[in-house]
Design a protein around this ligand. Structure first.
Ligand code: MG
Length: 178
C-alpha cells in the first residue's frame, strides 16, 4: 500500500510553499428585471421589454464574471472596487469593472485560461445571441470564444427567477501563472 502513504518529503499540515500554477474563482449576481430598462448581457444589447435594474448599466453577466476573476486571485468583490453608493459610478459600463478585475489579476502574475457562465431566468431568452455574447466576452478577456462557456436555464417557474422578475448569473474562471 505504498502508493497511499503520505509523501515523505511533505510534512502534514504544512502550508504549501509551491502552490499549483492554477486558481479558480466563482462569481454570482442577481438583478431585478424592470420594464423599460436596457438589457445588456455580456456587453451585448438584447432586445427585451425588461432589463436588469441597477446602479451601473446592470450587466449582471459581467458582474458575476468580474467577481469570478477577482475571487480566483483571492481579491475582494466588485462592491469593494466599485461601491454602488458612489454617484460617479452611476450608469457605468460594466466592461470597465471587468477590465479592472483583469488588470488586478495580471498585476499579480495571472492570466485568464477559460470561463464558464450560467444564466438563470425565464426572460429574456438569449438563444439567438449566445454566439454574439461569447464573442463579446472573449474580446473583453482577450481569449478565444472557444474558452468561453455560456449556458442558460430557467428556474422551472419557481421563485423570482422562474417567474421572470429577476435574472441571475453564475460564473467560474480559471487563472494560470503567466
Ligand atoms: Mg450586480
Amino acid at each position: 500500500m505504498q502508493g497511499l502513504s503520505f509523501p515523505k518529503n511533505r510534512v502534514k499540515n504544512e502550508v504549501m510553499s509551491h502552490p499549483p500554477p492554477f486558481r479558480i474563482g466563482l462569481g454570482y449576481d442577481i438583478h431585478v428585471l424592470a420594464l423599460g430598462r436596457p438589457c445588456i448581457l455580456g456587453g451585448v444589447m438584447i432586445p427585451s421589454e425588461v432589463g436588469p435594474d441597477g446602479h451601473s448599466d446592470a450587466d449582471v453577466l459581467l458582474h458575476a464574471l468580474a467577481d469570478a476573476i477577482f475571487g480566483a486571485a483571492g481579491l475582494r468583490d466588485i462592491g469593494h472596487y466599485f461601491p454602488n453608493t458612489d454617484p460617479n459610478l452611476k450608469g457605468i459600463d460594466s466592461k470597465i469593472i471587468v477590465r479592472k478585475a483583469i488588470e488586478e489579476v495580471k498585476e499579480r502574475g495571472w492570466q485568464i485560461g477559460n470561463v464558464d457562465i450560467v444564466l438563470i431566468g425565464e426572460r429574456p431568452k438569449i438563444m439567438l445571441q449566445v454566439d454574439e455574447i461569447k464573442k463579446s466576452v472573449a474580446n473583453l478577456l482577450k481569449i478565444s470564444p472557444a474558452e468561453v462557456g455560456l449556458k442558460a436555464t430557467t428556474n422551472e417557474g419557481m421563485d423570482s427567477l422562474g417567474q421572470g422578475k429577476a435574472i441571475a448569473v453564475q460564473a467560474i474562471c480559471l487563472l494560470y501563472r503567466a
